[in-house]
Write a protein that binds this ligand. Structure first.
Ligand SMILES: *Cc1c(COP(=O)(O)O)cnc(C)c1O
Length: 461
């Protein structure tokens, strides 16, 4: 499979290259040149299909290269064996036509584990084949960092620097990163918001000389393989429920997860529509509702993994619905970078609105949902999942809707406790992080400070 840039001015690259790269040199994001299709009838007829096999099938399509198949089979098998629930993606019925897809049984308790547990060893393998090392620099709103630290710890050919916005992630999220012992991991708390941290990382990647010198690579959802791996749970939910017309409600920040739903649909999974559920940081929801994609300012909420304004993967969505017209997309994105506003063409918007709906949820509504679900069902929802479940109100009563439960409630004890008066227990395998020593460096919101940090940073090279 070849990968092309959404902005059309970089050469196409291979699966092996897409595994280890950041954004395309022209500032765009890589997309597969064509959509592979799943033999869905055959998958449905396989009662012994494991979750690892399903993911491996999807990734094999996106590799398009048989010499990757055995590696993909091995790493998917090993990755999902680390999950604490043997069903990997348990479905829980919440009421008529409503289900929860639990995506928090991985090592760091959020859906990010699904992709990162697979991406890390694949990336390491690609680097070994190239006889190279890479420095992964990532900004996190909390869960990506934790999942990346776990997945990349002790990978032989990778060093990791994670930037988180100081004081804007939960204690558990921070401790999951800062208690890492592996020598190839470094944490930085940045004075600023997640968008500030992400802008720093983007600036590093945009400096081609610097990015080349340090072999920078990305593991946030601009990395295609993350999106591809996440498409698997849309397929697994559909296969498990067997409903021909499933709608998914997806708590949305950087728009990687919701976009993975579109990927599943493009590959042939029968999906009716995807509900984009946001908190008050609703740039993507507004864009889908009104056609205007306009940057605002970031508000801190109880669902911090979605406290962002600019959603990187929105560019992939536009590219697809602009019928992959890279020149048009490039003009639109350059305009957005200049003015902070982008107006989606009417025809593209109509098509987007037939595949996606959107709903933005206030803090009070999120807390009310956590409280009500706890009272009625004795179940604790994390605040992100609560945003997703609340947004199912835009669906018909007889529409079959699966809400993605993106994090374990124990990751956000303050918000859950505020709404319900109780807390979810942290799974036993994570108790040690509560008392382990933390290691973290601090930086101003300044790209030159970050550059200097990397220049003088002792790595395991
Ligand atoms: C990352 C994250 C999200 C947002 O996912 P995107 O792919 O960035 O849209 C939602 N919920 C939780 C718990 C997350 O960690």
């Amino acid at each position: 499979m070849k990968y092309i840039s959404t902005r059309g001015q970089s050469p196409s690259i291979s699966f092996e290259d897409v595994l280890v790269s950041g954004p395309a040199p022209d500032g765009g994001l890589y997309m597969p040149e064509t959509w592979p299709t799943l033999d869905y009838r055959r998958l449905r007829g396989k009662p012994d299909l494991t979750y690892a096999m399903l993911t491996a099938t999807i990734l094999a399509h996106f590799s398009g290269s048989p010499d990757w198949y055995p590696v993909i089979d091995r790493v998917t098998k090993e990755a999902y064996a680390r999950f604490s629930d043997p069903r990997i993606t348990p479905l829980r019925e919440l009421g008529p036509h409503r289900w929860l897809l639990e995506l928090f049984h991985g090592p760091t308790l959020a859906f990010k584990d699904f992709a990162l547990q697979v991406l890390a060893p694949l990336m390491n393998e690609a680097l070994k084949r190239k006889n190279r090392r890479a420095l992964v620099v990532a900004a996190t709103s909390g869960d990506t960092g934790a999942a990346a630290v776990h997945a990349l710890s002790n990978q032989s050919n990778i060093d990791l620097i994670v930037l988180h916005p100081k004081g804007r992630i939960s204690d558990i999220q921070r401790r999951q990163m800062t208690t890492a012992k592996a020598l190839n991991i470094r944490n930085i708390a940045v004075e600023g918001t997640f968008d500030d941290a992400q802008a720093l990382v983007k600036a590093l990647f945009a400096d081609h000389a610097f990015a080349g010198k340090h072999n920078l690579a990305a593991i946030n959802s601009i990395n295609w393989v993350r999106i591809a791996a996440q498409a698997a749970y849309y397929a697994s939910a559909q296969l498990a429920l067997g409903k021909p017309d499933l709608t998914f409600s997806v708590p949305t920040g950087n728009f990687g997860d919701a976009f993975a739903g579109l990927v599943a649909k493009k590959m042939g999974v029968p999906i009716r529509r995807i509900i984009i559920a946001t908190n008050v940081n609703d740039i993507v929801a507004r864009a889908v509702q009104t056609g205007t994609y306009a940057r605002g300012s970031v508000h801190a909420t109880i669902s911090p993994a979605m406290d962002i304004q600019v959603a990187s993967n929105f560019e992939r969505l536009l590219f697809e619905y602009y019928d992959r017209d890279a020149r048009k997309l490039r003009a639109a994105m350059h305009g957005f970078e200049r003015t902070g506003t982008l107006t989606i063409e009417a025809e593209a918007l109509k098509k987007i609105q037939s595949d996606f709906s959107a709903n933005q949820i206030t803090e009070a509504e999120t807390a009310a949902t956590i409280k009500i679900v706890h009272q009625r069902l004795g179940l604790l929802l994390d605040p992100h999942t609560a945003v997703g479940f609340t947004a199912t109100r835009v669906a018909g009563l007889d529409e079959n809707v699966v809400t993605l439960a993106t994090a374990h409630p124990a990751k956000f004890p303050e918000a859950v406790n505020m709404a319900t008066g109780t807390k979810a227990d942290l799974p036993a395998h994570l108790h040690w992080i509560l008392s382990a020593p933390e290691t973290c460096d601090f930086l101003a919101n300044d790209v030159n400070a970050l550059r200097a940090y990397i220049e003088k940073s002792p790595t395991t090279h």
